[in-house]
Design a protein around this ligand. Sequence first.
Ligand SMILES: *[C@@H]1O[C@H](CO)[C@@H](O)[C@H](O)[C@H]1NC(C)=O
Ligand SMILES: *[C@@H]1O[C@H](CO)[C@@H](O)[C@H](O)[C@H]1NC(C)=O
Ligand SMILES: *[C@@H]1O[C@H](CO)[C@@H](O)[C@H](O)[C@H]1NC(C)=O
Length: 389
Amino acid sequence: MAARDGHHHNHVKKIPLFPLLSLLCFASIFLVLSLSRKTSSNPLLSHQSFQFGQSPVPDPNVALGGSCDYSDGAWIYDHQPRSARYDGSCKEIFKGWNCISNNKSNGWELTKWRWKPRRCDLPLFDPVYFLEKYRNTNIGFVGDSLNRNMFISLFCTLKRVSSEVKKWRPAGADRGFTFLNYNLTIAYHRTNLLARYGRWSANANGGVLESLGFKEGFRLDVDVPEGTWAGAPAFHDILIFNTGHWWWAPSKFDPVKSPMLFFKKDHPVIPPIPPDVGLDMVLKHMVLFIKKNLRPGAIKFFRTQSPRHFEGGDWNQGGTCQRLQPLSPEQVEGLFSLKNNGTNVEARLVNCHLKKALKRPVLKTLEPGLSMQPDLTKKRKKKERKKKG
Ligand SMILES: *[C@@H]1O[C@H](CO)[C@@H](O)[C@H](O)[C@H]1NC(C)=O
Ligand SMILES: *[C@@H]1O[C@H](CO)[C@@H](O)[C@H](O)[C@H]1NC(C)=O
Ligand SMILES: *[C@@H]1O[C@H](CO)[C@@H](O)[C@H](O)[C@H]1NC(C)=O
């Protein structure tokens, strides 16, 4: 275990998937959260309202017919930006990820961009309102550094208006804070693949993988959640999951020297399967696990992958992030399409797998971030039918 943890730790430190984009996307998820909880604790209503973005308070900007696809929009440069939600002094930001205190030339400039959905407006994120609304609530982020960055962003934003916090590790989280005046807890559960994994080496007594010539690798149990988050579904009222970049990362899971070796019910999956097939198995089992263990009425999101922030090489191999502006839709297609097979192709690949795993309720609203509420969708439809009949 020690070896495994060491490895895990090193890698996590080494991968600043520097997620400016995720930071910006954070706003959209929290907007959706803001809209979704108020209505009532009834999960059906919550679901409905987040799907269609019905604002609890009538908003003159909300789109025609009360529906708005928040993912359909553009980045707008605000010449007179509203004040930044936080700055480089927030202690929770990793040093290496702190653009502003590292004097990145356009660090402040980047905060002036905001997302504008085509058919409506995103209200400004209001931290005091948020704290009030999520009183007595637990919110968990479960995933890799992209999710960690969203957690940090939320923490820094809230901390600025409410500084009395207790730092602790709820439900096995890596980090967590309770805003004491509101009894609102937010936590980050680190997991790269969702499923449990660790180093594997051939047993001298042989075995089925040994007989196939495997000597070293990573054992990945498709049906066992990683311990860092196994307790999260029973603890949190709102969960935001992600997984992605690690699945297509030959520098971490070298297909020859240290391949992913999938196990199910404690036995190797034979014949061995490639990571993309393994990802599908993991998603299937983890979605079931989450559904089984979730608190009643809890809201869950699965956010999709955002692109990496560096180009022209991996982040530690000459990759840089010199862009001064968000990418245009055409640039996004050029850079990230599956056809071009570029640096960020794994983001798209993972998103395809996610959409497949969470099939029915692919809600446009949460791109990035998919909902996983198949049951609720079904129930809601039934309810609607009842109403009509
Ligand atoms: C950023 O700039 C300030 C002011 O010029 C300087 O004091 C500080 O050392 C710089 N920080 C880094 C990480 O370069
Ligand atoms: C704080 O919030 C948690 C989570 O909802 C709840 O279980 C607990 O009872 C709350 N504590 C107080 C003092 O209200
Ligand atoms: C995509 O690019 C990677 C490395 O850049 C390469 O190993 C792989 O074979 C390419 N895949 C396709 C389908 O071209």
